[in-house]
Design a protein around this ligand. Structure first.
Ligand code: TYD
Length: 206
């Protein structure tokens, strides 16, 4: 069933468990009769999948090139997946969105959060989620959960991941009406309940 379009982003550090939350949330919307489009970034489109391989498993690259490739992935994702789905009246749940770039490239890579945000906002033509859920865990906990498999970003130092985490939390503090920070060390079902309660409270979930 289509209805009022909803756009919800899941953000957080590596190993936070946001993909699990994205899945649970998609199931809840579907159970309430809504059409759901789930996507991940980087990589939610065919072009995005190619960009993803370059970004995560390719050769090293300059920090600015990295930021622009993440921006290109999101530009394609929004044009090809998100906007058409919202125009149909679907619910779009995205695993990572522009705040990941602002936190990882802007704060983590120290490229400047304002500049990276401006580039990303241009890439997505200003599209902002109705709610962004930040699943918060410490870099140490994230590293423990990921085990031994690390991509290019995950291999960064704890100081890098700390800067990323601090930035996510700062974004949320600056706009509490558009963000929800949840403690990623809680049980997945308990985190999901917090997310659902917030969405119901905002009138975004029937
Ligand atoms: P992702 O596939 O979401 O990994 P995970 O499921 O482990 O969270 O993202 C891959 C990596 O890319 C992750 O370390 C975060 C990083 N990333 C950025 O640095 N900038 C971005 O804009 C995005 C979307 C991800």
């Amino acid at each position: 069933m289509t209805g009022p379009a909803r756009f919800i982003a899941l953000e957080g550090g590596d190993g936070a468990g946001k993909s699990t939350q994205a899945r649970l949330l998609a199931a809840t919307y579907a159970a309430r009769g809504r059409n759901v489009v789930s996507s991940r970034q980087p990589g939610g489109t065919e072009l995005g999948a190619r960009i993803r391989r370059l970004l995560l498993h390719g050769d090293s690259m300059s920090a600015r090139a990295e930021a622009l490739l993440f921006a290109a992935d999101k530009a394609q994702h929004v044009a090809e997946v998100v906007r058409p789905a919202l125009a149909r009246g679907d619910v779009v749940i995205t695993d990572r969105y522009t705040d990941s770039s602002v936190a990882y490239q802007g704060a983590g890579r120290e490229l400047g959060v304002e500049q990276v945000r401006d580039i990303l906002m241009w890439a997505v033509d200003g599209l902002v989620p109705d709610l962004t859920v930040i699943v918060d865990v410490s870099p140490t906990e994230g590293r423990r959960r990921r085990g031994s498999v690390h991509d290019r970003l995950e291999s960064e130092s704890d100081a890098f991941h700390d800067a990323v985490r601090r930035h996510f939390r700062m974004l949320a503090e600056g706009a509490p009406d558009r963000y929800l920070v949840v403690d990623g060390t809680m049980e997945p079902a308990a985190i999901h309940d917090v997310v659902v309660a917030r969405l119901v409270g905002m009138g975004l979930l029937p």
